[in-house]
Design a protein around this ligand. Structure first.
Ligand SMILES: Nc1ncnc2c1ncn2[C@@H]1O[C@H](COP(=O)(O)OP(=O)(O)OP(=O)(O)O)[C@@H](O)[C@H]1O
Length: 343
């Protein structure tokens, strides 16, 4: 390959620049390994600094739970947040938080990877399981009961709540997830295709839950503390995350979930990948379009009032939270009927 484009573009251009060993999927530049690492890390750092209208993603002293599944995205996330926290002295206290959904032959293996990562990065790890949290309803049992059609709905709703509960156990202020630019583009596309424009604000935001329950005068209401969620990889391409993990030789689990993806998300994913192969900027363009559309619809969209779930006391937009509604239908043996009547 040619000389590294980034070495060549430096003001103190080296006499013998390194040879490029890869072409960046995001920019098309041919770069050497070290410049790729630095560019990728710096872009994530810049995303962190610029987030939330320039206020930044983190505050010094925050306790951060890194949602770690053992897959490529969250493994690279744990590596990079640890590295940037040291390099730029963010002053964060980092923890790994994993949810065992009870998917044998998949999550049990990937959690072993998280345990290895916890040792490698010297981070405390907390694992919570659906089995314990949801009265024995592991995903293996849910799938037996409901079939393969709606299983991702159960898993997604349960995981969201499980991460919140894990956040409370660890007393973290903030959970970061490994959702990447491809995930964002997919979700935006799905919401647009469903005509669900009101959801764009939430799905394009880098941080959700932030100050969501703060009163207009700045005082805090009597509701419990809401753990913020952020996506530092919002603009990071999946292909670059994979390359980073590969060239850094990070330990991660590379098997796809045996129950995913759902048909609709699978089609959206395939469409995004097709568009990316024709025009790599399609992923970022979709995100920018989603952000722009969400700014336009924001004045009309009403946020549902938050309250405590009457069953489990977690935050909810309805008297009974979605996780408890799903759990109730499972316990009553009505699971497949209720979800299919909604679809
Ligand atoms: N079981 C889990 N425990 C903790 N965090 C999870 C778990 N599953 C998913 N997450 C978090 O949600 C993010 C997105 O999950 P999803 O299943 O969509 O991702 P993925 O693209 O396969 O990510 P990864 O490569 O990190 O597994 C993950 O990067 C991780 O931060």
């Amino acid at each position: 390959m040619a000389p590294c484009a980034l070495c060549m573009s430096r003001p103190e251009r080296p006499a013998s620049p390194s040879r490029a060993i890869l072409r960046r999927p995001k920019t098309g530049q041919a770069v050497c390994r070290d410049c790729f690492f630095l560019a990728f890390e710096t872009e994530v750092h810049n995303t962190i600094l610029a987030a939330n209208s320039g206020k930044g993603l983190f505050r010094a002293g925050e306790r951060i739970g890194i949602a770690a599944s053992g897959g490529k995205d969250s493994t690279v996330l744990a590596h990079i947040v640890t590295l940037l926290n040291e390099r730029y002295a963010y002053g964060l206290n980092l923890y790994l938080l994993s949810i065992d959904e009870g998917i044998s032959g998949y999550r049990d293996d990937s959690l072993e990877t998280v345990k290895t990562n916890a040792k490698e990065y010297k981070l405390p790890l907390k694992i919570l399981s659906y089995d314990d949290l949801y009265g024995g309803w592991t995903m293996d049992k849910v799938v037996k009961e409901t079939g393969r059609k709606n299983n991702c709905t159960y898993c997604g709703v349960f995981r969201r709540q499980a991460l919140d509960r894990g956040g409370s156990v660890l007393q973290v202020d903030h959970i970061v997830t490994g959702h990447n630019a491809d995930d964002m583009a997919e979700t935006i596309l799905m919401n647009v295709l469903r005509g669900d424009i009101a959801r764009l604000e939430r799905c394009t935001a880098i941080t959700t839950g932030k100050d969501a329950h703060e009163e207009a005068d700045g005082s805090q209401p009597a509701l419990p503390h809401v753990v913020k969620r952020s996506k530092p990889f919002k603009y990071a391409y999946e292909k670059e995350i994979v390359m980073y993990a590969y060239f850094k030789k990070l330990t991660y689990h590379s098997t796809e979930c045996i129950y995913s993806p759902t048909a609709y998300r699978g089609h959206a994913r395939a469409l995004v990948k097709d568009l990316e192969s024709i025009r790599p900027s399609a992923i970022l363009d979709l995100i920018y379009s989603g952000e722009a559309m969400s700014r336009i619809v924001r004045p009309d969209s009403k946020r549902p009032t938050q309250q405590l779930c009457s069953q489990c006391s977690s935050m909810s937009s309805a008297p009974v939270c979605q996780a408890c509604q799903l759990l109730n239908s499972l316990n009553a043996g009505l699971a497949s009927m209720q979800l299919s009547s909604k679809n």
